[in-house]
Each structure stands twice: as C-alpha cells, then as structure tokens.
Design a protein around this ligand. Structure first.
Ligand code: HEM
Length: 384
C-alpha cells in the first residue's frame, strides 16, 4: 500500500498540487493518513470512480452535508438520487436558464460600474461574491427572500458542516436556518404553482424540495465565487495571457475554462467504498473513505502537457474534471460557466488597464473549496 503518512492538512490546504505530483509518481491511488482515506490522483481513475456509484457511493452516514440539510441529490445514489435530482434537471439546462444568464450578465456589468470610478477594489468581495449570491437567489426565485438572508443561512449551514467535521455543532442555529429555508421553499411552492419548485413538489415532499434547494444554493455560492475570483487571479498574474484575451475577447470562455482546470473551485469529491474492490492497483476495503482529487486529475501530466501552466487556448482544457462526471456531475454547470464568463467580461470591459496590486492580493488556497483569498486590482479612469 502506498502510504503518504507525512502529508499534513496544512500542506494540502496551501499547495496540494506539489504534493499530488509527488504522490502520483507512486500510483493512481494513494493512501493519505491525514485524510484517513484513499486519494485518487490520476484522471482516468478519477473519472472511472465518479461514474461507478455502485462501488463508490456518497450515501454514507459520515457525509456531513447530508447530516445538516437532510437527504438530497448530493447525499443519495441509485433510484433515490434519480428521485431527488430528476425534478430539477430541466430547470438547469442552458435553454431554460437563458433569462437567468441574461440577468446575471447585466448584474455583472452593474457591479463593475458601481466600482469603476474608485480605480481600486478587491474584486472577490465586490464582484465575485455578490454576483454568486444574487444569481442563485434570482434563479431559484424564492418568495420574500433577499440576498442577505440567504447569506446568513449559508454561513450557518457551512459552519454546521464544518462543526461536524471538526467538532462543536450548534444544533439550535442549524435548525433555525433549516426551518427558514423550508418555510421559504413552501412559500415559493404556494406562490408560484407554475414554477420548478412546485413542479419538484409533485415527486418530493416540501422538506425534500428544501433540502435540494439548500444543496443547489450552497453548491452555487461557494464555487461560483471561487471560480470568478480564480479566473481574475489567473489572468491578472499572467499578463501575456491577459493580453491575448484583451486582444481577442472571444478567448474569455477559454481563459475561464483553463482557470477552472488549474484551480477547480471544488477541488475534491468524497465517496465511500460499498464493497472490497481492487481498483487501479490497490485493494480498497468496504467502508473506506475515497477522495477523488479533481485538482490532481486536472494536472495529470499524461493528459495535460505542462499541467501547471496557465494557457488560454489549451486544446484539451475541456477534459478537466472540474464539474465532476457520472450521476453527481454538477447540475449548475451552465450557470457556473456563464456567470464566470460574464464577470470576467464585465471586468475587462469596464475597468480599463486592469492590473493586480500584488501586495494586497493572495492566490487560491483551501482544503476542498479553493479560491483566491484576495484579488485587489487597480485600473485607469474609465472613459466617460
Ligand atoms: C464554478 C462553479 C461550480 C463548480 C466548480 C461546481 C462543482 C461541482 C462538483 C465537483 C460537483 C460534484 C459533487 C460530487 O460529485 O460529490 C457538483 C455538484 C453539484 N453542483 Fe456544482 N459547481 C459549480 C457551480 C454550481 C452552481 C452554479 C450550481 C447551481 C445550480 C451547482 C449545483 C450543484 C448541485 C446541485 C450538485 C449536486 C448534483 C448531484 O449530486 O446530483 N453547482 N458541482
């Protein structure tokens, strides 16, 4: 058994890429003591595991999100997963989202215009974060709910998930946030009988609809904020690549996709082995924790040439595993891509001469959710 006993969580939070490169030399799947589980570090094995929900399931009592928000599409597999996810699929196709995407494009422009005159700002706080929250609140169409309220539920539920992982659960706070969310889902079902939450309520109870709304909201907020912050970070730290995009704005989509490959906003997905299995050269025991490292798969040198380089126009960037594969592939992929592209386009158009203030900026970090800590930039006064 490959045993990465020396690796610490702090190292993984800070620079996982260096560690995954080292461990990949030992095989596609490695045991990491600090995670008390296996980590899949090669792309082919990663995709295979994500597609095989019979052997590698999310449906395990240790799965912390399930403990906080209750059963949802994120914490079930097989027919139960189909039942939870099915009612939401149509609403998240690119066609069904066209209004939401138009709205988020205008909102990105508005957010950029609101800071343009000040010539300096931290872009994660002023663009990425508010755009992520307002886009998903608007897309879900929850009755009588504003962005601040959703943010307060979000913070409570994230804190509860962390508390389960690291101790100190405050059950009262968590129940209050869940109750408010269920109430908002019920209101929306009643107020908008033609809406997709009412449609979902035909197959799921109102509480189950609310659990899936929670998963959609929280899946969207953390990751979309990270994706936008990271895309701006990568462009602003690579002036040659930024120049390419400024010269040909049709490359923005490629610049975003390459950023998503290099730093997937959700860097790993968790699974549990349902049976003893020989997998990619190791014996995984029933019940073992198996983490699929999307960050490692996305820098697999057998797939991506010079994998640590940020290259706009990389021909196979779309082979990245950032939005996962298999039954749990990201439901919000179209919204996520459109939102990040809208934010980058608005920033490059509305903030001329955009450049990084390196002293006030810090790149991507985090154990699971990796996002640039601060993207402080300056620019010239926009032409009036
Ligand atoms: C760039 C931003 C995003 C990234 C990187 C991302 C990434 C992911 C990943 C890796 C998964 C797989 C989880 C797993 O298999 O355990 C996932 C699932 C999911 N994502 Fe996203 N996501 C993003 C944005 C969004 C948005 C905007 C939404 C809003 C609809 C969303 C909703 C979901 C949901 C509901 C699932 C669970 C699907 C299921 O379990 O069947 N995500 N996402």
């Amino acid at each position: 058994m490959t045993d990465a006993a020396g690796v610490t969580l702090v190292e993984l939070e800070d620079d996982p890429h260096r560690i995954w490169h080292q461990l990949r030399a030992e095989g596609p799947v490695v045991w990491v003591d600090a995670l008390n589980g296996w980590v899949i570090v090669e792309r082919q094995a990663a995709v295979k595991a994500m597609r095989d929900a019979v052997t590698f399931t999310v449906d395990d009592p240790r799965f912390s999100t399930g403990q906080v928000v209750g059963p949802s599409m994120l914490s079930t597999d097989g027919p139960a997963h189909d039942r939870h996810r099915g009612p939401f699929v149509t609403a998240f196709t690119a066609t069904a989202l066209s209004d939401a995407i138009d709205w988020c494009t205008s909102e990105a422009t508005r957010l950029v215009a609101s800071i343009a005159a000040q010539r300096e700002a931290e872009l994660r706080t002023h663009i990425a974060a508010p755009l992520a929250v307002s886009t998903i609140v608007r897309t879900l169409g929850l009755s009588d709910v504003d962005d601040d309220e959703v943010l307060s539920w979000y913070r409570t539920i994230v804190a509860e998930v962390e508390a389960i992982n690291y101790g100190g659960l405050d059950k009262d706070k968590s129940l209050a946030a869940n109750d408010a969310l269920v109430a908002a889902a019920r209101r929306t079902i009643n107020d908008n009988p033609a809406g997709f939450l009412a449609g979902a309520n035909k197959d799921l109870t109102a509480t189950e609809v609310a659990s899936n709304v929670a998963v959609i909201m929280f899946g969207a907020i953390e990751t979309s904020e990270g994706a936008t912050a990271n895309a701006l970070w990568h462009l602003l730290t690579h002036p040659d690549q930024l120049a390419l995009v400024l010269n040909d704005p049709t490359l923005i989509a490629s610049a975003v996709e390459e950023s998503l490959r290099l730093e997937p906003a959700a860097s790993a997905v968790d699974r549990y082995a349902t049976t003893d299995t020989e997998f990619a050269g190791v014996l995984i025991r029933k019940g073992d924790f198996v983490q699929v490292s999307l960050a490692a798969a996305n820098r697999d040198p057998s797939v991506f040439v010079e994998p640590d380089e940020y290259r706009v126009g990389r021909p196979n960037t779309r082979l990245s595993t950032t939005f996962a594969y298999g039954p749990h592939a990201c439901l919000g992929i179209h919204l996520a891509r459109a939102e990040t592209i809208a934010a980058v386009r608005a920033a490059l158009r509305g903030l001329p001469g955009l450049r990084l203030d390196r002293d006030q900026s810090q790149g991507p970090q985090g154990l699971v959710f990796r996002k640039a800590a601060a993207v402080t930039a300056t620019w010239d006064t926009p032409a009036s």
